[in-house]
Design a protein around this ligand. Structure first.
Ligand SMILES: Cc1cc2nc3c(=O)[nH]c(=O)nc-3n(C[C@H](O)[C@H](O)[C@H](O)COP(=O)(O)OP(=O)(O)OC[C@H]3O[C@@H](n4cnc5c(N)ncnc54)[C@H](O)[C@@H]3O)c2cc1C
Ligand code: SF4
Length: 365
């Protein structure tokens, strides 16, 4: 991805200085883009001024009625439909992103907060994927904002990398690997998707909020998709094909080309590391640092095992236990595998027992 991204920057001359060096002297400013939930609070909890919701036109209202009539049992509610449906609306949304959210996009890119579904994200993926906007015009508008001094480099570089880096790379993986990619399951994960993924009824507060937002909007931002949903699906051992089907059904920006590599490759390591150098598996510490979900949760993120402990904690170590042999050969995972192997059996057993009890109750086979 990094090589591809640099080639694209050079090819189009985007954020490049005349001497051929990247603007700002580095290719990637991600280290400036990791503000936590508490730093957001300390900054006075800034949020976008304009709520993101389009008034539906007459055709959209007709379609909403038809969908509600014909598919009353489907998850979500068509009446919540909130997106633009034509070029004029798409341009309005692009403008509102560039003017109001891009300046702070980078800083709070990975942050999550209850009641703040999109924060400073562009929410342009459905419009890009439908062809109502082109990637080039979005990238050029962002770079123009940087040139005018209306947005800082960390935000603009971060946005440009998402679009010409990640989006194009994901597209390339899909076409390069072909249809059999969707059948991959390198970790042999076979659990069915729990029914509560379609109702949001779970005592895990992070998942409850992210799933409820998905039911309301058909959209989540990247970190919600990767570190809350994908992380859980990975460490709970859910079948990648069941997960892919769910993502397909539930997202307004879901297309085969963009779902396959994101869900199977980036999120679930089903391709055995073709896309990601290590699995995106994590304990509760990431969610705790980057969100306020843990505050309202029945589970305790500080506890490692037992009925009150956060399930991400013991499911993570169960995942390492199950795949220790495979990941011992991965240089980015070796330390964590060795830490697990160094534990005594008496220390490992409560982890296994907590995971067995949780999965039996909440993720039945
Ligand atoms: C498990 C999983 C499933 C996903 N499924 C989809 C999907 O069905 N459709 C989809 O468009 N994106 C998908 N993504 C990528 C990303 O999460 C969304 O593009 C993004 O959240 C859309 O919101 P946004 O437009 O506000 O993005 P922003 O945060 O504003 O990012 C800017 C743009 O970068 C592009 N982008 C960033 N990362 C990716 C990526 N990994 N793949 C493709 N484009 C990217 C998008 O076009 C996005 O609009 C998925 C990611 C994960 C981890
Ligand atoms: S304690 Fe665990 S389950 Fe609860 S919100 Fe935090 S990370 Fe999610």
């Amino acid at each position: 991805m990094e090589n591809h991204y640099r080639r694209m920057r050079k090819r189009f001359g985007w954020l490049m200085d005349e001497d051929g060096e990247p603007t700002g002297g580095v290719w990637n400013l991600d280290r400036e883009n990791r503000a936590t939930h508490s730093s957001w609070r300390r900054a006075g909890a800034p949020r976008p001024a304009t709520p993101l919701r389009e008034e539906p036109d007459a055709i959209t209202r007709d379609v909403i009625e038809m969908v509600e009539r014909e598919f009353p049992d489907h998850p979500g509610r068509a009446a919540n439909f909130w997106l633009p449906v034509d070029r004029a609306g798409a341009l309005r949304w692009r403008r509102s992103f560039i003017d109001e959210r891009l300046p702070t996009f980078g800083l709070y890119e990975d942050m999550m907060a209850e009641g703040e579904p999109h924060l400073f994200h562009s929410v342009l993926s459905p419009l890009l994927n439908l062809g109502l906007l082109t990637p080039r015009e979005c990238v050029e508008a962002a770079i123009d904002a940087y040139r005018r001094g209306a947005a800082p480099l960390n935000s603009v570089e971060g946005y440009v990398r998402q679009v010409i880096g990640w989006r194009e790379f994901i597209n390339g993986v899909y076409w390069f690997r072909g249809p059999e990619y969707k059948e991959l399951n390198s970790l042999g994960a076979t659990r069915p998707l729990p029914a509560w993924f379609r109702t949001a009824e779970t005592p895990m507060n992070c998942l409850h909020h992210v799933l409820r937002q998905n039911l309301e909007l058909g959209w989540n931002h990247h970190i919600q998709r990767l570190m809350v949903l994908g992380n859980f699906l990975l460490i709970a051992g859910i079948s990648p094909q069941a997960a892919l089907r769910w993502y397909h059904e539930m997202y307004v920006d879901g297309y085969d080309w963009v779902m396959a590599a994101n869900v199977l490759g980036m999120s679930l390591y089903a391709d055995g590391g073709y896309m990601a150098t290590k699995p995106y598996a994590a304990t509760s510490s990431y969610i705790r640092r980057m969100s306020d979900y843990c505050r309202g949760c029945r589970f305790d993120p500080a506890q490692k095992t037992g009925p009150a402990a956060c399930p991400y904690n013991y499911l993570y170590w169960r995942f390492i236990d199950e795949h220790a042999e495979r990941f011992a050969r991965n240089p980015r995972m070796r330390t964590v595998v060795n830490a697990w192997l160094a534990r005594s059996e008496a220390n490992k057993e409560p982890v296994r027992e907590s995971a067995r009890a949780f999965l039996g109750e909440h993720v039945p086979v």
